[in-house]
Design a protein around this ligand. Structure first.
Ligand code: CMC
Length: 432
């Protein structure tokens, strides 16, 4: 018999099994608790709730460890590419040459959008946020591939996954071009994933974009570092939607919406806006730090803090080094980078941030790299979404592959009015 936990309440004892993960994490399995005791557990914001068991990504937030399928993020960042890591995350193992070629060929075969989809892009106002366009258009793809709506089919999964991973960058680039009133640039089958995205973003019909290897590598690394991050808000949303047996594209479109918020993926845009504000106001960062510590100011140091990491986010370390390197190669001196470094240095010495274990997260330096590449800040969260796609696909697959998946349906503790009776309109009195 495995480990067990005991819960005592009102003179009764309830025995609960303890599930132990492969890295030694312990979780009390309370799935039968309500049945046996009438009790539910309450955990506002799911801060201490394991919503599933998963084999995809491991994080140790206290030690600052992140691994995809067991491989440390530092090794993957140094030796792998986004597409190889995507394969690893989705299928569980690093691909052989033949598997990688087949995967790349499938991505190439699925990079185009149905020509009629261009009409959808044309109907968004020029001011539309690209995240709104991205989620709408990912959902719209299923209209052009009706077999998607039939739901999960194991024999179709490879094509569906490749279709989503490939088309998302075409949609993202088209969304950017439309928002600027620029003609859409079609993908080039001879280009690899990230180069092709940069080509669709920045080439012109009369001139191809000059693909600098350092820029392609920097963006590929950003995609790779965002590729999965276990049960964050957007991935949990994808799993939630998938659990109702909605299709992969509907699930991913929901993930994009969850990612958009400034406390999640939208933080990369919010960081640059914060740095721009600090720069414009002539503050060296100290006034902003003081405001971020004041709960009444409504301000937070964006790009700092994490629900899971209570140590330096390992992705932020890699991105910071890449940021220094890219700006040097491109010979760019960005005052926002100096402000960011100053903020980091000041915060890491400040007892408010130290006591709360608030460190830079993945979003703190990524925007500075994207600015250097020429990606506008409205597109930053879209870049995050492209990067996170393998994680969403893998989590979707875990849900649909698992025989016993039940629809996700949390409980609540109701604190509203108890039963009362309908009062007709002419007899109601205002309570205000
Ligand atoms: N600036 C100032 N204070 C902060 C910050 C911050 N960035 N983050 C947390 N705190 C304080 C918070 O006010 C609270 O203080 P107290 O204990 O006195 O009430 C304490 O630290 C704990 O914060 P929390 O809100 O309970 O932490 P959480 O786990 O609910 O939130 C977070 C995590 C990432 C939403 C939060 O740290 C935050 O808002 N950070 C800024 C936004 C950001 O950078 N988001 C990107 C996250 S990483 C990428 C991703 O996952 O998408």
């Amino acid at each position: 018999m495995g480990k067990q936990a005991k819960l005592e309440l009102d003179g009764k004892t309830y025995i609960l099994p303890v599930v132990v993960g492969s890295e030694g994490e312990h979780g009390v399995d309370i799935s039968t608790l309500r049945q046996t005791s009438g009790l539910i557990t309450l955990d506002d914001g799911y801060g201490n709730t394991g919503s599933c068991v998963s084999k995809i990504t491991f994080i140790d937030g206290d030690k600052g460890i992140l691994r995809y399928r067991g491989y440390p993020i530092e090794e993957l960042a140094e030796k792998s590419t986004f597409i190889e890591a995507a394969y690893l995350i989705i299928y569980g193992e690093l691909p052989t040459s033949a598997q990688l070629k087949r995967f790349s060929d499938l991505l190439t075969a699925n990079e185009m959008l149905h020509e009629s989809m261009k009409n959808h892009f044309a109907t968004f106002p020029a001011t539309a946020h690209p995240m709104a366009i991205l989620s709408s258009m990912i959902n719209a793809v299923s209209c052009y591939h009706p077999r998607l709506i039939e739901g999960y089919k194991a024999d179709m999964f490879d094509v569906q996954a490749a279709r989503l991973l490939s088309k998302v960058r075409t949609i993202a680039a088209f969304a950017y071009r439309v928002s600027r009133g620029l003609p859409a640039i079609y993908p080039k089958p001879s280009y690899k994933y990230t180069a092709n995205f940069l080509h669709m973003m920045f080439s012109e019909p009369y001139q191809d974009y000059d693909l600098k290897p350092e820029v392609v590598r920097a963006l590929d690394l950003i995609f790779l570092l965002h590729a999965d991050h276990e049960q964050n808000c957007s991935t949990s949303t994808v799993r939630m939607i998938a659990s109702s047996q909605a299709n992969l594209f509907a699930s991913a479109a929901g993930g994009v919406c969850a990612l958009w918020g400034p406390l999640h993926g939208g933080a990369n845009q919010a960081v640059i806006e914060m740095l721009e504000d600090i720069h414009r106001s002539g503050d060296d960062g100290s006034r902003f730090i003081a405001a971020a510590k004041d709960k009444n100011s409504g301000k937070r140091l964006m790009g700092f803090g994490h629900r899971v990491y209570k140590n330096y986010d390992p992705r932020a370390k890699i991105i910071k080094a890449q940021c220094d390197n890219l700006l040097k190669v491109l010979n760019i001196s960005d005052p926002l980078l100096d402000i960011a470094k100053h903020l980091e240095e000041a915060a890491l010495k400040d007892s408010y941030f130290v006591e709360r274990k608030l460190y830079p997260n993945v979003d703190f330096y990524s925007g500075i790299i994207m600015r250097a590449i020429g990606i506008p800040k409205e597109m930053f969260t879209v870049i995050f979404a492209i990067g996170r796609m393998p994680g969403w696909i893998a989590n979707y697959k875990e849900i649909v592959d698992h025989q016993g998946t039940r629809i996700y349906r949390p409980r609540q503790i109701y604190t509203g009015e108890t039963e009362r009776h309908f009062v007709s309109l002419n007899q109601r009195k205002s309570k205000a």
